[in-house]
Design a protein around this ligand. Sequence first.
Ligand code: SAM
Length: 220
Amino acid sequence: MNDREVIDKLANARRRMIEDNLKRRGISDTAVLKAMEVIRREQFVPEAYRSQTYADCPLPIGKDQTISQPYIVALMTEELRVNSDCEVLEIGTGSGYQTAILSTLAKKVYTIETIEQLAESAKSILTKLGVSNVEFYIGDGSRGWPEEKSFDRIIVTAAVPHLPKPLCEQLAEGGLMVAPVGPAGVQELMVCKKENGNITTQMVCGVRFVKLIGEFGFAE
Ligand code: SAM
């Protein structure tokens, strides 16, 4: 198969993913569906797993980490209700796929990854794609963005035992945070809203994420 044929085959698989795994399972936000169509997941998946790019499952990205399942990326993005005025903080850059999706919807994305090699790889992919509204930081995202700042939206893409206090503090008034909260193994996907300084939470569904290792996450 030549390069053109591979690209066409993956484009067909991407369209099927959108119909079968996203729309059919209730993802309806047209901006989110468009972002999932425009961003080519294969660019974030290691060569060895490229043929499985559009299977609805997480895939290894090295360093014992995974790129999340497409349906969960779409669901979390839909629940986050991002618009072009939003500044978004993402905890767990991983492959950079979710970051790329968010970058098409938000004014600016700030993303934190604890593993340097993953952060550098994601940065290099996004730079090659010409994405210019993302700021990267390598460190413990459970402590929040390293400078004093508040965010309209926060997305946590690794499991936390409780909502990390620094993230609750950096969430702007009226802002939304989406996070998998619970013990290692199985968590609840929570949508959290800050109103009058208080955080209210709503459960979306059960999920299974790798652990967020950090001061306000899980211990090593
Ligand atoms: N959203 C990513 C993607 O689209 O590829 C997948 C994220 S993966 C499920 C979770 C990521 O969280 C891993 O890359 C892991 O290294 C990172 N992580 C774990 N603990 C962290 C911490 N304290 N701060 C920042 N990132 C962390």
